[in-house]
Design a protein around this ligand. Structure first.
Ligand SMILES: [Zn+2]
Length: 347
């Protein structure tokens, strides 16, 4: 089976590779249709590692995927051959202590696609547990189905924030995840979501959504804009989605007394932050690691029309153009939000 294989840091090839395709009683086999390219895929390509996860042998990339069920295990009840689906890329050990607590995203034994040594799904077929495979509503395309994974991170952030109707939110960082967070915050009932970045091109993408208010921090300090908009009170919730150490300077100036700061972005190095600033406002600090129990809700929101992720799909490549797609993603054009690779026909 041909797959997009990361051979080693900086070397991709589209070649045959043996992948296990045995369908167990609780599994489904899926013909992959669309796979989104994620920042993490690109980072493995350009750096060969992310933190403790180091590429030591060739690995298939891709973890944001949708496709069609082509075979169903004997014990699977909720899916049938021909169903259009998207998949949650992390498979926890369901008997683990974390899973039993409902926190399967932080199960230390989770197997996550395209995280060494686990292969991803930029290949024609994969076999996956049916429990982590979700049927797409008829009005949700494969391309949108492949956007559920990154959107799920925004949904997890909104959930961790415990947003209330009418909240004012501030999002630092207008990359793909920052935009996902802003959209999820709006869907969760925020009245206004301010989003900051240095790049006017990135902000222009976010600005097309009513309710999202872009702030270019090369022109105006974010804290000043938030203070002005809230009568000096601060945002109810601040989401840090840039991963930049500089975002932690004055972070608590953005948030209201008793508000929440939700950490989504992953700084490469340790950062220092103002403990006294947090304590003096009794700020609640939350963190986000992937997602748990989110995919069903994300699909409900997309199907309802309340969240439209289609404008975020910048370009779609054929499977044979996968390497070119990764080169473009690695170039990091500010106006590119999501690049996708399509492996099959139809929508
Ligand atoms: Zn991703």
């Amino acid at each position: 089976m041909q797959a997009l294989v990361l051979e080693e840091k900086g070397v991709l090839s589209l070649r045959d590779i043996d992948l296990p395709l045995t369908v167990g009683p609780d599994d489904v086999k899926i013909a992959i249709h669309t796979v989104g390219i994620c920042g993490s895929d690109v980072h493995y390509y350009t750096h060969g590692r992310i933190g403790p996860f180091v590429l030591r042998e060739p690995m298939v990339l891709g973890h944001e995927a949708a496709g069609t069920v082509v075979e169903v295990g004997s014990a699977v009840k909720h899916l049938n051959v021909g169903d259009r689906v998207c998949m949650e890329p992390g498979v926890p050990n369901l008997s683990s202590r974390a899973s039993k607590l409902g926190l399967y995203n932080v199960d230390p034994d989770v197997h996550f696609w395209a995280t060494p040594p686990v292969h991803g799904v930029l290949a024609p077929f994969t076999v996956h547990p049916a429990a982590f495979t979700y049927k797409l509503p008829d009005n949700v395309s494969f391309a949108e189905g492949a956007m559920v994974e990154p959107f799920a991170i925004g949904m997890q952030a909104a959930t961790r924030a415990r947003l209330q109707p009418g909240d004012v939110a501030a999002v630092i960082g207008c990359g793909p995840i920052g935009i996902m967070v802003a959209l999820a915050a709006l869907a969760a009932g925020c009245s206004r979501v301010f989003i900051s970045d240095l790049s006017s091109e990135k902000l222009a993408v976010a600005e097309q959504y009513p309710g999202i208010l872009p702030v270019n921090i090369t022109e105006r300090p974010f804290a000043g804009v938030i203070a002005e908009a809230t009568g000096g009170w601060g945002a109810d919730v601040v989401f840090e989605a840039s991963g930049s150490p500089r975002a932690f300077d004055g972070l608590f100036d953005l948030v209201r007394p008793g508000g929440a700061v939700v950490l989504v972005g992953l700084p490469v190095e340790k950062v220092s932050f103002d403990v006294a600033g947090a304590i003096s406002k009794e700020v609640r600090i939350e963190t986000v690691f992937r997602y748990a129990n989110i995919f069903d809700r994300a699909l409900e929101l997309i199907a309802s029309g309340k969240v439209d992720l289609k404008p975020l799909i910048t370009a779609t490549f054929n499977f044979s153009q996968s390497i070119a797609a990764f080169e473009r993603a690695a170039a990091g054009k500010a106006s590119d939000v999501k690049l996708q690779i399509r492996l099959a026909d139809g929508t």
